[in-house]
Design a protein. Structure first.
Length: 417
């Protein structure tokens, strides 16, 4: 990893991590710096949204929109412009989610010599695109909320229509009809998970670098839920066809990068060794880590089968729609399992936030490896079941960012220059 330090700032420009941590638990200065850095990225996202909106508008006007085949009552592009803008923000949000997870996997995965992008730049792009993605997700939901208020199918008074629209759009499980009972629930869970998991980086001084990195790995669940929401509810991909198959096919590079990240992580300490020095000797942890890798291999093969066969779960215009699955209780059970897993990871790493000052200082020195023991001791005995299972589960998800000198606004500005 030392080769990636060529882009790091000079030592005197970097504030030691221990000093930053004592100033407060939330890195507001770093967030403000990233928000400033996200302005060009967000501007590009708005431009992309405008182009998508224009494309959707034209297709409605000329009668080729897939959405109007599903819902012919909204074929007036001028009257239902907020709905079409909502769709545009949904697609740009999915595109930016795709981009940010690719940046994160490139940052934390193998680093071939031919790769020209420095790790520090990938790290910065990953943070700024993550912030943009959260904003796009919110705008997607807000415009749907505004459209429900405007449309007011049930002729409710103003207060009731606002309350009903709020429940339908922003309360998980509040949307009670059709495919939206599941699809909107998936989208809301993705949105509400994206906020704490995406912003956990700015709480790393309070949680400790090991905890925030472990929790941040669960962000891959947000992306999976977002794609699921799109394939289940996106009227542009409602029916079988080449565009729906393309959406499936575009997930193959992400799955492949995830597999590479698990097989050859950037941090040597995270590599799974089955023999020789440093081999994994704890059966439970070995089982979890192998299972994670095999699950990703199965995902890649499954995606390939979908693309080759064309059987992608789409509806047929003249056929009966398949039954809705899963039911809401299955999704709630999955969310509970995810919450318990994240809580277990946080519990195991809870003491790393109290790492001794000399360890924090070691992390702040240029050239210090992020894999060094400076992250602080793990909680519990080395071979305890709690530690093994929680750590293995966290390691089966992609990591994105190290605790590096670039964490400071000075470091970010130096890298940008």
């Amino acid at each position: 990893m030392t080769g990636d330090r060529a882009t790091d700032p000079e030592p005197e420009k970097t504030e030691p991590a221990g000093v930053r941590g004592r100033r407060g638990g939330f890195d507001g200065q770093g967030l403000r710096a990233d928000l400033r850095g996200a302005v060009p990225d967000a501007s590009l996202a708005l431009l992309a949204t405008g182009l998508i909106f224009g494309w959707l508008y034209v297709r409605v006007e000329n009668g080729t929109s897939a959405t109007t085949q599903v819902m012919p009552m909204i074929a007036d592009a001028d009257e239902f412009w907020m709905y079409w803008l909502c769709q545009a923000f949904g697609w740009s949000g999915l595109l930016w989610a795709y981009i940010t997870i690719v940046f994160g996997l490139l940052r934390s995965g193998p680093r071939p010599k031919w790769r020209r992008l420095p790790a520090a730049r990938l790290e910065k792009w990953h943070r700024t695109t993550s912030l943009t993605t959260i904003a796009l997700m919110f705008l997607h939901a807000f415009l749907f909320f505004a459209e429900l208020i405007r449309d007011n199918e049930e002729n409710l008074p103003w207060g009731s229509r606002v309350f009903t629209a709020f429940v339908d759009v922003f309360v998980p499980g509040g949307y009670a009809t059709g495919t939206g009972r599941v699809a909107i629930l998936l989208g809301l869970i993705a949105f509400y998970l994206a906020i704490p998991l995406g912003l956990a980086f700015y709480l790393r001084h309070a949680t400790g670098s090991r905890m925030w990195r472990a929790l941040h790995r669960f962000i891959v669940v947000v992306y999976v839920l977002s794609v699921w929401h799109t394939l289940l509810y996106g009227t542009n991909v409602w029916y079988d066809g080449s565009f729906r198959t393309l959406v499936w096919a575009l997930q193959m590079p992400v799955a492949a990068l995830l597999l590479l990240r698990l097989l050859e992580p950037a941090r040597p300490a995270e590599r799974l060794r089955l023999r020789g020095p440093g081999r994994e000797s704890r059966p439970l942890r070995l089982t979890y880590r192998l299972a994670g890798r095999l699950a990703v291999v199965a995902t890649v093969l499954g995606l390939l089968a979908v693309v080759v066969s064309g059987v992608d779960g789409g509806r047929t215009p003249d056929g009966a729609s398949p039954g809705l699955w899963p039911e809401q209780w299955v999704i709630w059970a999955g969310l509970l399992a995810l919450t318990l897993a994240a809580t277990g990871v946080a519990y195991r790493l809870r003491r790393s936030a109290a790492a001794p000052p000399h360890a924090a200082a070691r992390r702040s020195r240029p050239g210090a490896d992020a894999d060094s023991p400076a992250d602080g001791p793990a909680d519990g005995p080395a071979d305890s079941p709690l530690r093994g299972s929680a750590e293995s589960l966290a390691e089966s998800l992609p990591d994105s960012l190290p605790d590096s000198p670039l964490d400071s606004p000075a470091g970010q500005d130096a890298e940008a220059r």
